[in-house]
Design a protein around this ligand. Sequence first.
Ligand code: SUD
Ligand code: ADP
Length: 294
Amino acid sequence: MNDNKISIKAPAKINLSLDVLGKREDGYHEVKMIMTTVDLSDRVELTLLEEDRITIESTGGFVPLDQRNLAYQAALLLKKTFGVKKGVGIHIAKNIPVAAGLAGGSSDAAAALKGLNEIWKLGLSLDELAVLGAKIGSDVSFCVYGGTAIASGRGEHIQHIKAPPPCWVLLAKPPIGVSTAEVYRRLDTKTIDHPDIDAMVHAIETNNYEGVCGQLGNVLETVTLPLYPEVKQIKDQMHRLGADGVLMSGSGPTVFGLFQHESRVNRVYNGLRGFCHEVYAVRLLGEGQEDFKY
Ligand SMILES: C[C@@](CO)(OP(=O)(O)O)[C@H](O)COP(=O)(O)OP(=O)(O)OC[C@H]1O[C@@H](n2ccc(N)nc2=O)[C@H](O)[C@@H]1O
Ligand SMILES: Nc1ncnc2c1ncn2[C@@H]1O[C@H](COP(=O)(O)OP(=O)(O)O)[C@@H](O)[C@H]1O
């Protein structure tokens, strides 16, 4: 590695279980979720600049290239908090669909925190970076660690758990972007059926793949599915084609299916391609990234 340049892997997440316990005084919602990383990643390249400025560029469309970019915000936060006078050039090779419920922006921010910690020689621990990450967005703390975890609070309290049984994940994203804020705003917390998070944790801890598939649940589906019927159609189609378990990730609109057998994931991938333009067949990453550099 060149000391002036670093390349960090920024993987997407899915929510195997997502429950909302109520609305908080600060406007956020109290959540309990099981999150895990999948092998669909952006690559965040950081180049040390001697002058005091932040530049940002990205290969993907739909990504803001200014202060609204979450990786830019990560750099600004570290600069302000630690009085850093050097700068950085941020380049994001974008592979994760944007506004998809896969935390692409949060993962880019987490990658920027980890990479800048190195090139600006800040000496911060992952725990310290995760606390800083929560100031950028609720999902950033989880993304700092990756792996598999129970996230609570507004998403920033992270309890690591074992990786789920290894499997294939088929991600299908219809051509719509969903606003996370709007989905939370429309959620009726009084009438939802809560998923059994403890049962999901037990299934994961006991390596029970059928149990994991049987316990998938996401209360935000009660908002996004009626708003966007195409999401429900993709869910139904994945079930019909033979996924072992199917759920919407986060606030959507991406739907994921779980598969144990490669032959079946390939068949369903081909079946969905005619129906949905953006489909990805990936593996669960499961474990945290000890080595997150590219
Ligand atoms: C739904 C989830 C599930 O993992 O993911 P995505 O669908 O965004 O990937 C997260 O809770 C999203 O986290 P993130 O996208 O970081 O949200 P933030 O930027 O912090 O917040 C965006 C907006 O969502 C609402 N919000 C977010 C988190 C939370 N616990 N309660 C909320 O009410 C707030 O209105 C907030 O202004
Ligand atoms: N680096 C980034 N990559 C993607 N989106 C970003 C980024 N920085 C800011 N955003 C903004 O964050 C919002 C949410 O994007 P994203 O993190 O991809 O989705 P989600 O919150 O659904 O998981 C989008 O509206 C996008 O404009």
